[in-house]
Structure formats: structure tokens, C-alpha cells
Design a protein around this ligand. Structure first.
Ligand SMILES: NC(=O)c1ccc[n+]([C@@H]2O[C@H](COP(=O)([O-])OP(=O)(O)OC[C@H]3O[C@@H](n4cnc5c(N)ncnc54)[C@H](O)[C@@H]3O)[C@@H](O)[C@H]2O)c1
Ligand SMILES: [Zn+2]
Ligand SMILES: [Zn+2]
Length: 377
């Protein structure tokens, strides 16, 4: 490639500060260093975690940044020591790395990786060891990925090489939300055939959790959301019952207990709200109920009465659906291509990167499940 080894000037949506619209800027992207890959991002979608950082997070040190962590693209060039990738490979950036060497990577019980940006920069959600600059300033790399940019540079341990025939405008969703929700059901909760499940929050993450419950053989799946417009989509992914907590004058856990003879076997919180986390736990049956935290929030403590756990319930959580990222994403791409999992049905909008603020607003108002943004002209 003519650009290899040179600084690339390209377009990116920069978040200069919290709570204000992103600005399309020309940025410079340095060549990849040791073990790094420069990626031409072809498409990206918007996940609620981008909105969380922009509007909800309390730690404001993670700016200026380029948001975006649900993208797909093609390798433009590779740095010294890169063995797993070559120019032209189709890839998905991973916000959770898999170095294969650390204590966590070597343990089959977890998908965490000590080499991930989150080990050091969990509070600010942005990696300062960035190859991006704009107007003479370093631009932090949100979740180590920054896919709202035509080019980005990522360490090879945080990139998955995928099938050459994979449609990037759909498999980009596997970079976060769908893998997260689906894996939370099949891996973290370990949903069993014939079980009764409740999923709280019908965004892409919750809908993917519904799909996971269905594929794992659940017999009844409650979709819980305060926006009833989401229920039509929930049905597409396999939900059998629909509950709006606002339509009842008692806690939704009591409603679920009455409908299920004491509570559900598995509940998954896919909202990112500590009150809903509590409610999801309380909705599980005593003795064996399992409740999984999937929604992302780090601004408040959560609470619950100890009897909830003393009575035999399990409360757990996962990042990226518990999947070892680099190993699993290529397999999930194949699962999509073989019809085992759905992706097309999550996409409600398609736009260009220039319209990223419109996409963010659609997500904020709940009108959109996933909006895929074209980046390359
Ligand atoms: N654990 C992880 O690795 C991980 C990865 C990706 C996303 N997330 C988190 O998952 C969550 C969902 O992401 P998304 O992109 O699907 O978001 P989204 O905004 O599209 O969906 C959230 C849904 O929750 C519903 N909701 C809001 N308040 C509710 C309430 N009180 N009760 C029931 N439903 C309620 C909304 O109407 C909406 O349908 C976010 O918190 C996101 O940050 C976590
Ligand atoms: Zn995400
Ligand atoms: Zn590791």
C-alpha cells in the first residue's frame, strides 16, 4: 500500500468534551508500531457504551477522544513483529483483548486479559497510548479501538481476523453488543433447555440476550422494557411474553413471581441501571435462580438484601459475553454466515459517519436498535 509507513490524514468524529456533539475533523493517524496494525475502518455502529461515555460517565478525563468500538474494516499495514495479519485481511477490532500470555488469558474461567486498556484506564475508558492526533493534540483511543475514524491503530492482540467473505456492514455488530448479549445468556448465565428467562432492556444487547436464551432452548422468555415499541423486535428474536414495569403498581419482580410460580430461572440486566439490576435479581427464583449483569454503569453502587443470595440465588456479570475475544469473534462470524445467529434484524438505520450525531440522538430517544455508519467513501 502506498500509505504504509506514512502518517495518514483522514476524517474522524472527535468528541472534544462530554455532553456536546461530535465534530468531524481531519486527524493524523501514525504508522503502526511494534505488534500494531493500522486498520481502514469500513463501517461502525453505535453502542450505548459510546453514549455512556459522552453523556453519563462521571470521570471526565477521557477526552478528547474518538468514540466507536463496534466496527469492521481491512488491514492497511502492519507494524514490526506482526505475524497474525497482512494487508487486506478483513478484521474486527476488539475492545477486550486476548494476548494469550497473561494469567487471565491462560485461565479458561474468564475472558479478561491483563493487556487490555481497561486494566489501567478503566476509569477514563480511553487509552492514552494513542496513534491519533488532531490540531496538534493527542486524541485518546476510546476503549482502545476508536472506530468513528477512517483509520485506527490497534495492537494485534485486540483484533480478530475474520472470513474473507464476511459482510462487514453486518458482522461489525459482533464487535460488541450482539456478542455481549448473546454470550451473557449462553456462557455467563448458562441458560438450559426448558428454562424460563427474563431479559431487562430491549436494546441490541438485550435482544441478543433473548436470541441466546432462545438458542439455548429456553421455553419461555419475558422481554421487560419501559418502551413498548421494542416488543415487536423482541418477538423476532424469540421472546414469548412482554412486560412494561410502568404498567403495574407493584414491583415487576412480584409480577414475574406470580406468572412463573415463584420467579424465573435466569434473568439478565441489559439496561445499565442499578435499580434494574436489583429488580432482575429479585425476579429470579430462590434455590437456583441466576441473575447476570450486562448493562454498563460505574457511577453508583448497587444494593440488594442479603437474603436474596442466602436463599441460593447467584448474582454474576460478564464483559463481552464471557467470550475469549480473538478466538471467538471469527467463529461467531461463521455462525452468522451459517444462519445460526441473526444480525440483519438488529439494524434499523444506515447512515454515513457525517451523520453520527443523528445516529447518537436516535439511540438516545430509543428509536434505533443499531445504526450502521459507512466510513469509507
Ligand atoms: N457488559 C458489556 O460488555 C457491555 C457491552 C456492551 C454494552 N453494554 C451495556 O449494555 C447496555 C445496553 O446497551 P444497548 O446498546 O442495548 O442500549 P440501548 O440504549 O439500545 O437499550 C437499552 C434499553 O433499555 C430500556 N430501558 C431503559 N430503562 C429501563 C428500565 N428501567 N427498565 C427496563 N428497560 C429499560 C430502554 O428502553 C432500551 O430499550 C448499556 O448499559 C451498555 O453500556 C455492556
Ligand atoms: Zn458496546
Ligand atoms: Zn491476556
Amino acid at each position: 500500500m502506498a500509505t504504509a509507513g506514512k502518517v495518514i490524514k483522514c476524517r474522524a468524529a472527535v468528541a472534544w468534551e462530554p455532553n456536546v456533539p461530535l465534530i468531524m475533523e481531519e486527524i493524523e493517524v501514525a504508522p503502526p508500531q511494534e505488534s500494531e496494525i493500522r486498520i481502514k475502518v469500513v463501517v461502525t455502529s453505535v453502542c450505548h457504551t459510546d453514549l455512556y461515555h459522552l453523556f453519563e460517565g462521571k470521570d471526565k478525563r477521557g477526552f478528547p477522544t474518538v468514540l466507536g468500538h463496534e466496527g469492521a474494516g481491512v488491514v492497511e499495514s502492519v507494524g514490526p513483529g506482526v505475524t497474525d495479519f497482512k494487508t487486506g485481511d478483513k478484521v474486527i477490532p476488539l475492545f477486550l483483548s486476548q494476548c494469550g500470555k497473561c494469567r487471565f488469558c491462560k485461565c479458561p474461567k474468564t475472558n479478561l486479559c491483563d493487556s487490555s486498556w481497561s486494566t489501567k484506564y478503566h476509569d477514563t475508558m480511553a487509552d492514552p497510548s494513542t496513534r491519533l492526533t488532531c490540531r496538534g493534540q493527542p486524541i485518546l483511543q476510546f476503549m482502545g479501538t476508536s472506530t468513528f475514524s477512517e483509520y485506527t491503530v490497534i495492537n494485534q492482540f485486540a483484533v480478530a481476523k475474520i472470513d474473507d467473505n464476511a459482510p462487514l456492514d453486518r458482522v461489525c455488530l459482533l464487535g460488541c453488543g450482539i456478542t455481549t448479549g448473546y454470550g451473557a445468556a449462553v456462557n455467563t448465565a448458562g441458560v438450559t433447555p426448558g428454562s424460563v428467562c427474563a431479559v431487562f432492556g430491549m436494546g441490541a444487547v438485550g435482544l441478543a440476550a433473548v436470541m441466546g436464551c432462545k438458542n439455548a432452548g429456553a421455553s419461555r422468555i419475558f422481554a421487560v422494557d419501559i418502551n413498548e415499541q421494542k416488543f415487536e423486535k423482541a418477538k423476532v428474536f424469540g421472546a414469548t411474553d412482554f412486560l412494561n414495569p410502568k404498567a403495574y403498581n407493584k414491583p415487576i419482580s412480584e409480577v414475574l413471581a406470580e406468572l412463573t410460580n415463584g420467579g424465573v430461572d435466569y434473568s439478565l440486566e441489559c439496561v445499565g441501571n442499578t435499580e434494574v439490576m436489583r429488580s432482575a435479581l429479585e425476579s429470579c427464583v430462590k434455590g437456583w435462580g441466576v441473575s447476570v449483569l450486562v448493562g454498563w454503569t460505574d457511577v453508583k453502587d448497587f444494593s440488594a438484601r442479603p437474603i436474596q443470595l442466602l436463599s441460593g440465588k447467584t448474582w454474576k456479570g460478564s464483559l463481552f459475553g464471557g467470550y475469549k475475544s480473538k478466538d471467538s469473534v471469527p467463529n461467531l462470524v461463521c455462525d452468522y454466515m451459517n444462519g445460526k445467529i441473526k444480525l440483519d434484524e438488529f439494524i434499523t438505520h444506515k447512515m454515513n459517519i457525517e451523520q453520527v450525531n443523528d445516529a447518537i440522538n436516535l439511540m438516545k430517544t430509543g428509536e434505533c436498535i443499531r445504526c450502521v455508519l459507512n466510513i469509507s467513501k
